[in-house]
Design a protein around this ligand. Structure first.
Ligand SMILES: [Zn+2]
Length: 477
């Protein structure tokens, strides 16, 4: 007889060929002292399944428990199968090598990804019991998000599909005709993969990395899992819990990312440099003198006359000159210093500090082309080769969600401003993210520069080739 508590479904696997392995996992806070992570697989799934499956189950339980609630069931089982499917405590995952025991990178990471995903479904929707038929994204999206966290904690170079903002750009900039808002009933979704899995997973990762920060996000997300374990949350329960557990108003974020098909395309339209007029004759007069000389040197008539007029009247005849032929209006005059000292004395300490700071001021004009308001992540590259990143919360858009301006002050002169330098907000158009504008390599050039993409190399069989090279060849005798 089989018995299980707090489950909403069941499944079993049976085969006389099953190899059965298991390991104990201690989960802090779990009502079960030692959870057993297990795998069932035929010998044809080795060496891959025997090497990695049970470890991947244990890893999933640890990482998900850390980000949600401690795993409450006594076992978690991964059964080798032709596809991926989830049930309480048991799931079915592919992962079979070639007959010679080698396997491609695609099969290895595909297997790890599917095991993490299907074991992860224990948390969403088996424990946090949302309605899959109404809101697929509530289990698939939240699970894909946690899957991304677990994959990246398994291997820093894990080729994850969901999570990273750049991976959702293709979908979000596609024709709106083939998109639905995430908040669409499951029966009506056009493209399940990006809509219910990747986009909500990415939206949560952006909340974590860019909008809320990891500490606050992780606390609020755990709180959602804790409050709604073995209950039936709706999307609004997730939205409200994330807000009231963190104390952050996220209505704008849910509205944009979950209820519309808008995308992120913030344009850095202009950067205007402002110089403070110091009124100090020793600073301002040499500057004015330099500027008027430069203006004269640029002037076409002045330049052509230098070539065509051998000598002007005053050059031919010194007697025509008077005071104003040698007078420099930009030369410091005796009265200047007095006037400046009076001016400084009339200022308050605040104004004086601004003058003494000797800052360079830059006004940035930005516009919202894609519809979604987002925090601004700005990288300032200075003329001396150093750089600095500044993060401005999305509230900057609250009075005008189409156009904004903001002034920044730096001790060093700025050479280049880059919007979204760490590819974290899924900005669909990077051409308008640089000021001054930068040529963006075309798709063809990018491909050439980077060589083969990860996806392309995954289909090849380097493991098999390496093994064949090691074998002595039969043709010798
Ligand atoms: Zn799933």
């Amino acid at each position: 007889m089989y018995k299980a508590d707090n489950v909403r479904d069941f499944a079993f696997g049976s085969s006389r060929k099953f190899i059965w392995d298991a390991m104990g996992v201690k989960i802090e806070g779990s009502p079960v002292p030692t959870v057993m992570a297990m795998s069932y697989y035929p010998k044809e799934a080795n060496p891959l399944y025997g090497h990695l499956s049970t470890e991947a189950v244990a890893h999933t339980l640890r990482v998900y428990s850390k980000h949600t609630i401690p795993y409450p069931y006594p076992v978690a089982i991964s059964v080798e199968a032709s596809n991926g499917m989830e049930y309480p405590m048991i799931c079915f995952n592919y992962g079979r090598p070639e007959k010679d025991g080698t396997y491609s990178e695609r099969v290895k990471y595909g297997m790890l990804g599917v095991i993490i995903h299907e074991v992860g479904h224990n948390f969403f929707p088996m424990i946090v019991n949302s309605d899959e038929r109404q809101w697929t994204w509530m289990d698939e999206g939240l699970n894909s998000f946690c899957q991304f966290l677990a994959e990246q904690e398994w291997d820093r170079n894990f080729p994850s599909n969901g999570g990273q903002a750049r991976n959702i750009v293709g979908y979000m900039k596609a024709d709106k005709e083939v998109q639905n808002p995430i908040m669409t009933n499951s029966e009506s979704i056009i493209r399940f993969g990006p809509n219910a899995y990747t986009k909500p997973a990415t939206a949560l990762n952006i909340l974590r990395e860019t909008v809320m920060g990891r500490e606050l996000f992780d606390f609020a997300f755990r709180e959602y899992a804790r409050r709604w374990a073995f209950k039936h949350p709706t999307p609004y329960d997730l939205f409200r819990t994330m807000e009231d557990a963190s104390g952050i108003d996220l209505d704008w974020y849910w509205r944009g990312w979950f209820f519309t098909t808008d995308n992120v395309d913030i344009s850095l339209d202009a950067v205007t440099e402002f110089r403070l007029d110091t009124k100090n004759p020793e600073v301002e007069k040499p500057l004015a003198s330099k500027r008027s000389k430069e203006q004269l040197e640029r002037d076409v008539t002045y330049q052509n006359n230098k070539r065509d007029i051998a000598a002007t009247a005053v050059e031919r005849n010194e007697a025509l000159k008077d005071f104003y032929n040698t007078y420099d209006p930009n030369a410091p005059a005796p009265t200047d210093k007095d006037r400046y000292e009076k001016y400084i004395a009339g200022l308050g300490p605040k104004e004086r500090a601004i003058i003494e700071a000797k800052k360079n001021y830059y006004q940035l004009d930005l516009s919202n082309e894609g519809g979604l308001v987002m925090p601004l992540v700005l990288k300032f590259e200075f003329e001396d080769g150093t750089s600095e990143i500044q993060r401005i919360p999305a509230e900057i858009w609250r009075m005008n969600d189409k156009k904004i301006s903001k002034v920044f002050a730096f001790a060093k002169p700025v050479k280049q401003v880059i919007l979204e330098p760490q590819e974290e907000t899924a900005d669909v158009n990077v051409e308008n993210n640089y000021y001054p504008r930068r040529p963006i390599p075309s798709r063809f050039e990018v491909f050439k520069q980077e060589g083969f993409t990860r996806g392309a190399s995954m289909g090849s069989k380097p493991m098999q080739q390496a093994q064949q090279q090691k074998k002595p060849t039969a043709a010798i005798n």
